[in-house]
Design a protein around this ligand. Structure first.
Ligand SMILES: C[S@@+](CC[C@H](N)C(=O)[O-])C[C@H]1O[C@@H](n2cnc3c(N)ncnc32)[C@H](O)[C@@H]1O
Length: 212
């Protein structure tokens, strides 16, 4: 399982008449209103945000006017074309594994992306982007995670009608990884109402991490 495998799924979605909802895995997974309200708790008019794998901007479009600036990195232009055009938004169509920021950020968002990388890949990605987090900044991750163990989906999904790959790592092991990378403060938040968690072995969480 690695990001290369996931990209086939996202590439085909990008190339098949995407809508603003397409960067949600399925329509019933659009929790962008909750995500927006959550992000707004950590920002103000001075905040500079790096939004990694921003997708169609379904969430970004709802928060960008409340912050100073947003750099959105998304591999597929067909998705990022839905991001609103505004003077405080910069869109970069690049793989987040290769992108190198030029600035430091108050908040780095990784919403719905970390499970598309395996443990080794995500560790390198966390390590790289932590260099671009201001000393008082926050890395905010939102994803499904395994509850008791890693849950790896790497096969044909009846629900999605295609091959699908995701590594839902056990939540505490993800937090332990963040700690070893120097993020000493890691707040775990049960972000969604119970009915959004449809699978018995995984759960959506947000992790708000900072150096101290
Ligand atoms: C589930 S969507 C999340 C989009 C957005 N963050 C949100 O919460 O609505 C995952 C996104 O990650 C993008 N993606 C996957 N791997 C990527 C990579 N290596 N570099 C950049 N984008 C990537 C996909 O194209 C897709 O838009």
């Amino acid at each position: 399982m690695n990001n290369e495998l996931c990209l086939g799924f996202w590439k085909s979605k990008a190339e098949n008449n995407p809508t603003i909802k397409t960067s949600k895995v399925s329509d019933i997974n659009d929790f962008s209103e909750i995500d927006k309200e959550f992000i707004l708790k950590y920002v103000n008019k001075e905040t500079k945000i790096l939004d990694l794998a921003a997708g169609t901007g379904i969430t970004l479009n709802k928060y960008y006017d409340k912050v100073s600036e947003v750099t959105a990195v998304e591999k597929y232009k067909q998705f990022s074309d839905f991001i609103v055009k505004a003077p405080n938004i910069t869109v970069i169509n690049e793989d987040i594994s290769v992108f190198e920021p030029q600035n430091q950020y108050d908040v780095i968002l990784m919403f719905g992306i970390v499970s598309y990388f395996n443990r080794d890949e995500i560790e390198k990605i966390y390590q790289k982007y932590l260099k671009y987090l201001k000393p008082n900044g926050k890395l905010i991750i939102k994803n499904q995670f395994g509850i008791n163990e890693d849950v790896i989906v790497a096969n044909y999904s009846e629900e999605l009608g295609c091959d699908y790959f995701s590594e839902f790592r056990q939540i505490q092991s993800e937090i332990n990884m963040l700690k070893t990378l120097g993020l000493n403060k890691n707040e775990l938040i049960d972000i969604y109402p119970p009915e959004c968690n449809r699978w018995g072995n995984t759960h959506f969480y947000a992790i708000v991490s900072s150096f101290s």
